[in-house]
Write a protein that binds this ligand. Structure first.
Ligand SMILES: C=CCO[C@@H]1O[C@H](CO)[C@@H](O[C@@H]2O[C@H](CO)[C@H](O)[C@H](OCc3cn(-c4n[nH]c(N)n4)nn3)[C@H]2O)[C@H](O)[C@H]1NC(C)=O
Length: 135
C-alpha cells in the first residue's frame, strides 16, 4: 500500500465535514480514511476493500481504541471502481459520523470513542488523494 497523507492538530467539531476527493488507482486492493485523535484512537476507520483481507467489494468500518480494533461493521453497497475518481464526505456529529458516498448513498457509524472533536486524519492505500476540504 502507498504511504498516504496524514493531517494532525485539526479542529473538527460537531457539524463540521471533511470532503476527501481522489483517484482510486488501477488494481486497487483497498484504501482507507482514518479519522480520530491519533493513529491509535480512531473514531472511524473507513476501509473500502476491492479484494483484500478476505473481503471483496465491501466497505469495512471500525473504530480503534488505544491501539485495539473494536467491532467491525460491513457495508455491501460499494459504489467504487478501480482507476476512477471518487469523493467521500464525512460529517462529524457528537453521536455518529455520517459518510456520504459519491452516489449520494449515506452510511452512519457511531461515535464509540465519544470524541468531541477530530484532530487527526490519515488517508492510505491504493488511492491518490487530490482534495482534502474542510467545510
Ligand atoms: C476472521 C478472522 C480475523 O478477522 C479479521 O481480522 C483482521 C485483523 O484484525 C481484520 O483486518 C484488519 O481490519 C482492521 C479494521 O477492523 C483494519 O482494516 C486492518 O488494516 C489496517 C490497519 C491499520 N493498522 C494500524 N496499526 N497501527 C496503526 N496505527 N494502524 N493495522 N492494520 C486490517 O488488517 C479483518 O477485517 C478481519 N476479518 C473479519 C471478516 O472479521
Amino acid at each position: 500500500m502507498a504511504c498516504g497523507v496524514v493531517a494532525t492538530h485539526l479542529k473538527i467539531f460537531p457539524g463540521d465535514s471533511v470532503i476527501v476527493k481522489g483517484k482510486i488507482l488501477s488494481g486497487c486492493q483497498g484504501f482507507e480514511v482514518n479519522l480520530g485523535k491519533d493513529c491509535d484512537n480512531l473514531v472511524l476507520h473507513f476501509n473500502p476493500r476491492f479484494d483484500c483481507k478476505g473481503d471483496v467489494n465491501t466497505i469495512v468500518l471500525n473504530s480503534r481504541k488505544e491501539g485495539t480494533w473494536e467491532e467491525e461493521k460491513r457495508e455491501s453497497h460499494f459504489p467504487f471502481e478501480q482507476d476512477s475518481n471518487t469523493m467521500v464526505t464525512f460529517t462529524f456529529d457528537a453521536n455518529e459520523i455520517k459518510v456520504k458516498l459519491a452516489d449520494e448513498h449515506e452510511l452512519c457509524f457511531p461515535n464509540r470513542l465519544g470524541l468531541d472533536n477530530i484532530e487527526y486524519i490519515a488517508v492510505d492505500g491504493d488511492f491518490k488523494i487530490k482534495v482534502l476540504k474542510f467545510a
